[in-house]
Design a protein around this ligand. Structure first.
Ligand SMILES: NC(=O)c1ccc[n+]([C@@H]2O[C@H](COP(=O)([O-])OP(=O)(O)OC[C@H]3O[C@@H](n4cnc5c(N)ncnc54)[C@H](OP(=O)(O)O)[C@@H]3O)[C@@H](O)[C@H]2O)c1
Length: 265
């Protein structure tokens, strides 16, 4: 088993893609650290996985950027080192730009971009000392193109991709890998907690989310990409076509993205 005994730290492990990744790595006998804000949900997952593999809960809030320095020290001390860190924490958005308060943009940037950036910055010296490390950033197709009702989310994912792509290009550390994952819609609760214009949770599963790619199909592809040390992987259905339209036939992209986004697809 490729990931046996590897120490894998998953941020955003309490639900969705992060929880799915925890199960997939547990099946490979990796040693896990599960993080997010929801202690009870993390403990429930830990109980589920403990029979299979070593597993520890460490709460972390991606908006507490200064506090993440201490969280990184705690994470390293659990098993003595970290092999792979996965940034799966994130919040969505469902509001037109014109209706969105600045505080919502701040929150999206804090959770989706500045949190993963801060945590990675604190972790890089550890990867340098031990001579290896792998960061996996769960970005989005929204990190590759604009989409209605998600102006702040799209901006945060573009920023996330920009930061991690730059780490790939700088390549200052030996045996250091960054895998950027750009999923299309995956069937998780992301739209339930997505922020509306005044910062209140959207509270609904929208059509696109409901008919999205199953989590286990997505996590299988992420594990393969990590194993192959891929720099970038797209996990999507029709969003992949939209992405190519944007490059090859831009007017079609603008028309279809506008219609689909405003129809809530
Ligand atoms: N589902 C999709 O269609 C889709 C598509 C493209 C990209 N993505 C990306 O995939 C990642 C995972 O999303 P998901 O679909 O699995 O949604 P999800 O089920 O809602 O999971 C989001 C995770 O983020 C954590 N989180 C939110 N705010 C946090 C904070 N301040 N500090 C720490 N953790 C926080 C949540 O945990 P707590 O509430 O316990 O803190 C939860 O574990 C996100 O980055 C999302 O943008 C999802």
């Amino acid at each position: 088993m490729e990931f046996e005994y590897k120490v894998v730290w998953i941020i955003g492990a309490s639900s969705g893609i992060g929880a799915g990744l925890a199960k997939a790595f547990a099946a490979q006998n990796a040693r896990l650290i599960l993080s997010s804000r929801d202690y009870a949900a993390l403990i429930a997952l830990e109980q589920q996985l403990k029979g299979h593999t070593a597993c520890t809960v460490l709460t972390a809030d991606m908006t507490d950027h200064a506090g993440l320095a201490q969280v990184v020290e705690q994470a390293i001390s659990v098993y003595g080192h970290i092999d792979i860190v996965i940034h799966s924490a994130g919040i969505g958005q469902r509001s037109l730009a014109i209706d969105t308060q600045l505080s919502v943009y701040n929150r999206l940037m804090e959770v989706n971009f500045l949190g993963p950036l801060a945590l990675t910055q604190y972790l890089l010296p550890h990867f340098k000392r031990q001579g290896h490390g792998h960061v996996v950033a769960i970005s989005s197709m929204s990190g590759l193109m604009g989409f209605p009702m998600r102006s702040g989310y799209v901006a945060s994912k573009h920023a996330l991709k920009g930061y991690f792509e730059t780490l790939q290009v700088e390549h200052t550390l030996d045996n250091f890998y960054v895998t950027i994952v750009s999923p299309g819609r995956i069937k998780t609760a992301l739209s339930l907690s997505a922020l509306t214009g005044d910062g209140i949770a959207y509270g609904k599963m929208d059509k696109g989310q409901l008919h999205g790619i199953p989590v286990d199909e997505c996590t299988d592809k992420i594990l393969k990409a990590i194993s192959r040390k891929k720099k970038h992987v797209i996990i999507a259905r029709s969003e992949r076509l939209l992405y190519w339209l944007r490059i090859l036939i831009p007017p079609a992209y603008y028309r279809i993205a506008r219609k689909r986004g405003l129809d809530g697809n």
